[in-house]
Design a protein around this ligand. Structure first.
Ligand SMILES: Cc1cc2nc3c(=O)[nH]c(=O)nc-3n(C[C@H](O)[C@H](O)[C@H](O)COP(=O)(O)OP(=O)(O)OC[C@H]3O[C@@H](n4cnc5c(N)ncnc54)[C@H](O)[C@@H]3O)c2cc1C
Length: 305
């Protein structure tokens, strides 16, 4: 029987692990197959307090992991595949193995949204990407597409001009959601072309992406674009599916807290981007992880632990 199982190893899960371990709860972290969370996909993190010169994302996450291990946190870098929060003890299935626990902290974050078109899974890493900072350098002198109309699309496109021959930003609508300054920067870049009302309908290419079929959703005109790289910048989906009907969510799938960081289910706490669609920062996720661990510790004490 565990005291607390923490689901997720991004800034929220890692901070919860540091606090729970320092409270002598000996937490088990089900850190996910992709350990470290979203910061593993970035290079320089310039706004996490304590690093005046910035810090590389994976290095920050590795430091957090070492800090949690120092106080006794245990890690399993596997995905939670099922949970049963119907009664105490709570049950969490990590890969194929069921575990019993008194408390759970859910910090499973979000996943980047993609188009869900046929052959998408096989082309991820073969032209399709969710992270310009990670994969941009593979597209030197290539034709590249960025999907999206927000700040991240503008930022990714501007970054990709360092490598690509040309970057086309494809927006589904005709209104720019990005801030004026970010949009203007992209618009003024001679390597960037912006196409409005344009949707991708098919990926072209056999083993590697070679292009896409597109449609103008206003004129219904169809066409093809050459592209060796396509980057998704169309938002994130909360990783809450695995919690099924056990925890309430809003209409977009973000988990809902009931009191402080506790969910509707006694003993299940929530932290980070999986419930926070508003701020979505490493430091806010870390803060939420701290709060969830303190709430879990107090709840365990109140319940005789
Ligand atoms: C490219 C990029 C750059 C960014 N740069 C910055 C920045 O400079 N500064 C900043 O403050 N923020 C930045 N962010 C945002 C920041 O990364 C997030 O706000 C933060 O990582 C959220 O932390 P989290 O712990 O809630 O979730 P995540 O970091 O998403 O971590 C979630 C974890 O849960 C795991 N998980 C998911 N499902 C399961 C499951 N079923 N079982 C087990 N584990 C599971 C995942 O594998 C992952 O390890 C950036 C984001 C991206 C994508």
């Amino acid at each position: 029987m565990e005291n607390v199982i923490i689901i997720g190893s991004g800034p929220a899960g890692m901070t919860a692990a540091i606090y729970a371990a320092r409270a002598d709860l000996n937490p088990l972290v089900a850190g996910g197959i992709q350990w470290g969370g979203l910061l593993m996909w970035t290079t320089e993190v310039e706004n996490f307090p304590g690093f005046p010169g910035g810090i590389i994302g994976p290095e920050l996450m590795s430091n957090m992991k070492k800090q949690a291990e120092r106080f006794g946190a245990k890690f399993e870098f596997k995905d939670v595949t099922e949970v049963d929060f119907g009664s105490q003890p709570l049950k969490v299935k990590i890969a194929e193995q069921w575990h019993e626990t008194k408390a759970v902290i859910v910090a499973a974050g979000t996943k980047p949204r993609t188009l869900k078109l046929p052959r998408e899974k096989e082309l991820i890493g073969r032209g399709l990407s969710v992270c310009a900072t990670c994969d941009g350098a593979f597209f030197k002198d290539k034709e590249v597409i960025v999907l999206g109309g927000g700040d991240s699309a503008m930022e990714e496109a501007t970054f990709l001009t360092k490598f690509a021959k040309r970057v086309r930003i494809l927006m589904r609508g005709d209104e720019v959601r990005a801030s004026k300054i970010m949009y203007q920067k992209a618009k003024d870049d001679p390597k960037i072309e912006i196409m409005f009302n344009t949707e991708v309908t098919e990926y072209l290419g056999d083993k590697l992406l070679e292009g896409v079929k597109i449609i103008n959703n206003k004129t219904k005109e169809e066409g093809e674009l050459e592209a060796q790289g396509l980057f998704f910048a169309i938002g994130h989906v909360p990783a809450s599916k695995v919690f099924g009907n056990q925890l309430p969510t809003d209409e977009k799938g973000y988990l809902l807290k009931k009191e402080w960081s506790m969910s509707e289910v006694a003993g299940v706490f929530i932290a980070g981007d999986i419930e926070d669609w508003r701020y979505r920062q490493a430091v806010t996720a870390a803060g939420a992880g701290c709060m969830a661990a303190i709430d879990a510790t107090r709840w365990l004490h109140q319940n005789g632990e």
